[in-house]
Design a protein around this ligand. Structure first.
Ligand code: MLT
Length: 404
């Protein structure tokens, strides 16, 4: 019989969000009152967008689909992505700082995070902010770069705690040498956004330690404070030590449409001097056939003047939700971060077990959240609230949170 990849056996539990969905189903089945409107379950759990795609961007998608039915407009494989879209991304987000061959269109940030690990193999040290988006850790386990689960984390992963005491920015002296460091800002799950000085320190530390930063900027569209950097490439020296993954999911409502991009600068080299950019073109050209051309037509519409305005409007809507949720929690005396330049609110329940608090909120308020411990050991005693929801649901959830 075929043997199982031992790396899969190392994965401790189911992926966090399906596990939450399973618990929600179990709770609904055993609580018949959830069929009554006042007890219906409201999700502030997974960060899944809920609002319709706005008209101009939608028209781009529709037009993209129509083009496919015409001889002039038909297109097949797009490999690394439509050149016009790659140029537009460079113009809108990077002040034309990258050539189209440094920007790779993907089917989403999460998918590229998984594929990127192929570049570095299983022998490199991996560091993550703790707590962090589970894909960085689970993906590292699957590729064999992390060992078995031990106590509260995986052997071989350096967890860099981000907590109230350090302002949710890690102690960079713990960054392992010659490894990769996943860094997400605005952060999922804490909602904290690194400032320029902090990102300067990150790039400097990566340079000193020979580390490569995989910078996840999927929530950059939520930054409203003009002093905060949106991309790692606003920081001098980042081109030599960073890759940035990004996404249309959260700013344009493309969680189901699927579209993202990854920036791999030509300056980025391995220890042997080889080009990371050339390898990424080779790897993605081999195991990825390019993103949907319809989605790319939608993205082109999202990046013209009207599309950019619509993306801002959509992010503002969710930020409005975030302000309501944070306000409701703070009214109960629950300390929070995030929700201002990020769609996530990170709420602290000192001394409590995250899953216990998750259960309590579900039982008392019929609201689904995400337990902080699911994002790493330093997430224990925290709950993440997502602001992705219809306004009426968020308002009702906020009212119910007064029962806490
Ligand atoms: C989350 O809730 O963290 C989201 O599912 C993240 C994502 O995969 O986009």
């Amino acid at each position: 019989m075929i043997s199982r990849n031992p790396c899969i056996a190392n994965i401790k539990a189911g992926y966090l969000f399906p596990e939450i969905a399973r618990r929600r189903r179990e709770f609904t089945a055993s609580h018949p009152e959830t069929s009554r409107p006042e007890c219906r379950i409201i999700s502030l759990g997974v960060g899944n967008t809920t609002e319709p795609i706005l008209p101009h961007i939608d028209a781009g998608l529709v037009d993209g689909a129509r083009q496919l039915a015409t001889p002039e407009g038909y297109s097949g494989y797009q490999d690394e992505g439509l050149p016009a879209l790659r140029e537009k991304i460079s113009e809108v987000f990077y002040r034309k700082g990258f050539g189209p061959d440094e920007i790779f269109i993907s089917d989403g940030a999460k998918c590229d995070i998984g594929r990127l690990q192929l570049l570095f193999g299983s022998k490199i040290p991996v560091a993550v902010q703790d707590p962090s988006y589970p894909v960085y850790v689970d993906g590292s386990v699957l590729i064999g770069a992390a060992g078995a689960w031990e106590g509260t984390g995986y052997r071989g992963i350096s967890y860099l705690p981000c907590n109230a005491e350090n302002g949710y920015f890690p102690d960079l002296s713990a960054l392992p040498r010659d490894g990769i460091c996943y860094f997400c800002s605005p952060n999922n799950p804490t909602g904290a956004t690194a400032d320029r000085e902090q990102l300067d320190a990150l790039v400097k530390a990566a340079g000193e330690k020979g580390a490569l930063i995989i910078f996840d900027a999927a929530y950059m569209g939520y930054i409203r404070d003009p002093a905060l950097p949106k991309s790692i490439f606003e920081i001098a020296g980042a081109r030599e030590c960073a890759i940035e993954v990004n996404s249309f999911s959260k700013p344009a409502g493309f969680t189901g449409v699927r579209l993202g991009w990854t920036v791999v600068p030509k300056e980025l080299k391995y220890s042997g001097g080889e080009s990371v950019n050339a390898d990424w073109a080779r790897v993605s050209g081999t195991i990825f056939n390019g993103a949907s051309n319809i989605a790319q037509a939608g993205a082109l519409a999202a990046l013209d003047g009207e599309g950019v305005r619509e993306m801002r409007e959509l992010c503002d809507f969710y930020l409005g939700n975030a302000a309501l949720i944070r306000g409701a929690l703070e009214k109960r005396g629950i300390p929070c971060v995030g929700g201002d330049n990020s769609p996530y609110i990170w709420a602290r329940f000192p001394g409590r077990d995250s899953w216990d608090v998750f259960n309590q909120i579900l039982e008392k308020c019929y609201v689904v959240t995400t337990p902080g411990s699911g994002f790493g050991p330093a997430g224990e005693s925290f709950i993440r609230f997502s602001s992705f929801g219809h306004r009426a649901d968020v308002e009702e959830a906020c009212e119910r949170l007064s029962r806490l």
